[in-house]
Write a protein that binds this ligand. Structure first.
Ligand code: ZN
Length: 501
């Protein structure tokens, strides 16, 4: 077969898989939002049937033949072709290298682990959880051997979430962040100034919160004609197509932050998906590139934009109109309150500064487990020691310590680092945007957000999977991923807030 025909067929097959995954994603959205309780078991099976069908198509040996026909041909001189083929090749090799029996074992262990975790965590039963964790680790090691890796087992796990990222690069990246972040947290804790967080826990009626979110998000650039906002216990963003990217949030009438910053976070994910090039839909050039880059978009809008003083110079008067609770509150007190830094045991509630220390802890433990330097049995103690060293806190129970996250229960190792990578990329992209566009906070204060979104559209969103994440960041910012930008941002923001020098 000639290369041109082969490439056409690859495009058609890729789009067909995407068309099949659209209704599956819609059904998954419904499963997490409005499905009646008794519909659950059927929906789970229907989704499993869908994913079996898509998996079959994705592993069809014909794809390997078609790829071989294009690779090495002159067609690869076309950068679009080269980018799609590189991504298809990577996906095809990874899915076909894993024996079906192993893939099934991994899926089953994950779902067993997650249900067991939910029950055992309630009972604070670490001993009961150990066998599930051991099984997941054993299977992930087998998975790593099956897909292969350059230098070490953990590389194979990272590759699933952040293409091209290697442990040997991640270790120094995180190491550079560690001491300065710990230092900043300690100084903040010792600072005499404390944020007046009480104002965030006054009465914020749900209807007013929802109306405020729906007023703000479209002004930031989240297109509600290509999306919608619903309510769920566990907020998420889900793409069906750039013309249909949905988000959810949750409301607490006695806490302002959850719905507002949660919605802005999810809208950040959604704006990335809405900004993907529609003409490449159904092919790698029309897909988001990695979890780390995805998280950089959500964290940027949530924190670097949404928690900035400039942002609230624009929105605080409008918030005051909506919420009586803010009637006697000054702008500077509000900005200080929404930027509270406070070490806590629980990652999901963590602020911008301590969050990265939570991730560091998990990364170091994961790496030790997969390097066989730490036994599962010794995990709780290692966890507690690090928690004390980094955040000055010691969990009293397993539930608020080593068993707090579902990730390991579901076998998701190599996933956590993408959260901090998201923060690292966000600060680096934002700094690059400011170098080119000038200071952004005054623009936010004037209600101008399109200037930042436009820059992100061009440098990140419209690129799809054209480059691996590290190269995308380097092209967008002129430098490889570097924690210096994040540290600089954190110091410049939090030191003045807390009256530190
Ligand atoms: Zn996120």
């Amino acid at each position: 077969m000639d290369a041109k025909t082969a490439y056409q067929e690859l495009l058609e097959r890729s789009r067909e898989r995407a068309y099949l995954s659209s209704p599956a994603r819609l059904a998954a959205w419904d499963l997490r939002t409005y499905i009646p309780k008794k519909g659950h078991p059927h929906r789970a099976q229907a989704l499993a049937a869908f994913s079996r069908m898509i998996h079959q198509k994705a592993t069809d040996p014909k794809i390997g033949e078609l790829l071989a026909a294009v690779e090495g041909s002159t067609l690869m001189e076309d950068p679009d072709v080269a980018a799609n083929v590189r991504a298809w090749r990577k996906d095809y090799d990874r899915t076909t290298k894993v024996p079906e029996s192993l893939a099934a074992e991994i899926a089953e262990a994950a779902s067993r682990g997650e249900s067991a975790w939910a029950e055992l965590r309630k009972k604070n039963d670490w001993e009961g959880f150990v066998p599930y964790l051991k099984r997941n680790i054993e299977l992930k090691k087998a998975y790593a051997e099956a897909v292969g890796y350059d230098e070490e087992v953990y590389d194979a796990l990272l590759e699933d979430y952040e293409e091209g990222l290697r442990t040997r690069e991640l270790v120094p990246l995180f190491e550079a962040l560690k001491a300065p972040a710990i230092q900043l947290v300690r100084e903040i804790q010792a600072a005499p100034k404390k944020p007046p967080v009480e104002i965030l826990h006054r009465h914020y009626p749900k209807g007013a919160q929802e109306a405020f979110v729906l007023e703000v998000l479209p002004e930031l650039g989240y297109d509600l004609e290509a999306g919608r906002l619903d309510e769920t216990a566990h907020p998420f963003a889900i793409r069906i197509h750039p013309g249909d990217v949905r988000i959810t949030t949750r409301y607490f009438e006695d806490f302002f932050n959850a719905a507002f910053f949660g919605s802005v976070h999810e809208a950040g994910h959604a704006m990335y998906e809405q900004g993907l090039p529609e003409e490449h839909w159904g092919t790698p050039l029309g897909e988001s590139v990695s979890l780390g880059v995805h998280e950089s978009q959500s964290r940027m809008w949530e924190n670097l934009v949404g928690r900035s003083r400039g942002f609230w110079q624009h929105y605080f008067p409008r918030a005051k109109e909506r919420f009586e609770a803010l009637a006697d509150v000054e702008l500077s007190d509000f900005v200080f309150a929404v930027n509270e830094v406070k070490p806590s045991l629980i990652r999901v509630e963590a602020d911008e500064v301590t969050y990265n220390l939570h991730i560091l802890l998990r990364f170091e433990l994961e790496l030790a487990l997969f390097r066989d330097e730490l036994k599962v049995e010794d995990l709780p103690q290692a966890w507690n020691e690090k928690m004390e060293a980094y955040l000055g806190l010691r969990p009293k129970t397993y539930a608020e310590g080593v068993m707090q996250d579902v990730h390991w229960a579901g076998g998701a190792f190599g996933y956590f680092p993408t959260y901090t990578l998201g923060n690292v990329y966000a600060a680096q992209l934002f700094a690059a945007a400011e170098r080119e566009l000038g200071a952004l906070e005054p623009r936010f204060a004037a209600g101008e957000f399109a200037v930042l979104l436009g820059w992100l559209r061009e440098r990140v969103h419209r690129q799809g999977r054209r480059y691996p994440p590290k190269e995308l960041i380097e092209r967008a910012t002129g430098a490889p991923p570097d924690t210096a930008f994040l540290l600089d941002y954190l110091n410049r923001k939090f030191r003045p807030l807390y009256g530190l020098t």
